[in-house]
Write a protein that binds this ligand. Structure first.
Ligand code: FE2
Length: 460
């Protein structure tokens, strides 16, 4: 059955758009080649503003709450006291007739003590329906909305945004604004890891987790972001007594990992529209017999291509990477799992970590057994396309230094020779056959080089 639907996939397309953002201004016709490190926005930046009212809910964010998208997890922070743990919600802005009670957590990190972190799951939601939800008490309530995805099925088009390695620099803000202003509207974000970069501050200053939460609220309070753990989520700092990996991230960002039979929130899966999305953890054990290995081994047979023809994998550290930056860091995981990806005909793998953009053709490198010397990847129609989209805009700057690719040089698409920039991507699932296409999405007249934005279709 999977084969049948894979053949159908051959008649489908991925329409993939990448908008490269610019450091200054929204619309410009000239590239800015920015090689120097960017800087974080100051603590008093307007995007970090604390909402009005005593103990007002802040850092509001949502993510998918179960396997099929009929549940949503709403999370927020109240800084001064616990306050209300309830979410009022409904399909009418003026009649929030449902309510759900959340859970509360707090944590300490060195000398930092978090606010009261709330997570509340709204269940049994209708598909493709706009819901309004309200948090807080008395005069300090805040109201938001989201739209649930269509019911899972093979013919359901859907548009994802893709952002990785975002951070909280001026360029991060530009990237997020460009995503919001993109005329092709993303309905949910596949976030490929590295959120706040708080760990770049002395003692991993967790205040920067709070500022990041307030910064991205303008998007993530209204559409779910699907979280992948990156290395900047580990927050392992034995020198200050912090030895529990992923502590701030785990408290702040919950995911529905139990729904997919996972035993930890760092690897899990969801279905959304016509896609089955598998999230893996580059920074959790993935060797044979480990929990992640066993889970993934059992997960692939559960993928029903007649229901979700698109099989997408998210991870932080890319398996194929042509930049010197983080070169070959994903190699050991590739060696472990790539045969499964080919056997199960994964369509596309998104990764971050490398602050750049790169896309391969469908390639695999599973033939090598030392004796045969076949150590280079080859074109493989059963293999996924690998896309690195780690150029969200964090303070570490862009990766621009290329090395010899560990992907096949003739099949990889890189930004070599083009100006580098920060950006996001749009990934639309469709079942309409079309030709490969490459043009500027906003004007349709300028070339990619002139406009700095481009998109293309990949015929799978
Ligand atoms: Fe990273």
């Amino acid at each position: 059955m999977a084969d049948q639907f894979h053949r159908l996939l051959l008649a489908a397309i991925i329409f993939f758009g990448l908008l490269l953002s610019f450091c200054h201004g929204g619309v410009t016709s000239s590239f800015v080649r920015k090689l120097e490190k960017t800087i974080d926005m100051p603590l008093d930046a307007d995007v970090f503003r604390v909402p009005h009212g005593y103990n007002a809910p802040q850092q509001v964010h949502i993510t998918q709450g179960n396997m099929d998208g009929s549940a949503v997890i709403v999370s927020w922070v109240t800084p001064g006291r616990a306050g209300s743990n309830m979410v009022l919600y409904g399909t009418s802005e003026d009649n929030l007739k449902f309510q759900a009670k959340g859970k509360l957590t707090q944590y300490k990190y060195y000398t930092y003590k978090s606010g009261f972190i709330h997570h509340c799951t709204l269940r049994n939601l209708k598909f493709a329906t706009k819901y309004y939800y309200k948090l807080g008490i008395g005069n300090t309530t805040r109201q938001f909305w989201f739209t649930t995805p269509p019911e899972v099925g093979p013919d359901v088009p859907y548009t994802f945004g893709l952002i990785g390695d975002l951070g909280q620099s001026y360029d991060s803000n530009s990237t997020l604004s460009h995503y919001e202003l993109n005329p092709i509207k993303g309905e949910a974000v596949l976030f490929v890891g590295d959120l706040s970069y708080a760990d770049n501050y002395p003692n991993h200053d967790n205040v920067r987790w709070d500022t990041w939460g307030r910064f991205v609220e303008r998007s993530v309070a209204y559409q779910p972001w699907i979280w992948t753990a990156g290395n900047h989520e580990i927050d392992f700092a034995p020198e200050i007594g912090e030895t529990k990996p992923f502590k701030p991230f785990s408290h702040r960002y919950t995911v529905p990992y139990k729904a997919s039979g996972s035993t930890a929130p760092f690897w899990y899966s969801i279905k959304r529209a016509s896609a089955h999305v598998i999230v893996l953890s580059s920074y959790s054990a993935y060797g044979k017999y480990t929990p992640q290995y066993k889970w993934l081994e059992e997960e692939f047979p559960k993928v029903n291509r007649s229901e979700t023809p698109w099989l997408i994998v998210l991870m932080h550290s890319p398996w194929y990477n042509s930049y010197n930056y983080h070169y070959m860091e994903g190699e050991s995981m590739r060696v472990m799992y790539e045969p499964w990806f080919v056997q199960n005909k994964v369509d596309v793998v998104f990764a971050g970590h490398v602050h750049a953009y790169e896309r391969t053709h469908r390639i695999s490198n599973i033939a090598y057994n030392i004796i045969n010397g076949d150590c280079m990847p080859v074109d493989d129609p059963s293999a996924p396309v690998y896309i690195t989209i780690g150029d969200g805009g964090n303070l570490e700057g862009l990766a621009t230094n290329m090395t010899r690719s560990n992907a096949a040089p003739k099949t990889v698409f890189q930004l070599t020779g083009r100006p580098y920039s920060f950006g996001h991507a749009i990934f639309s699932l469709s079942r309409t056959l079309t030709h490969a296409y490459y043009a500027c999405p906003s004007t349709g007249t300028k070339t990619a080089m002139q406009s700095g934005c481009y998109r293309f279709y990949v015929v799978l």
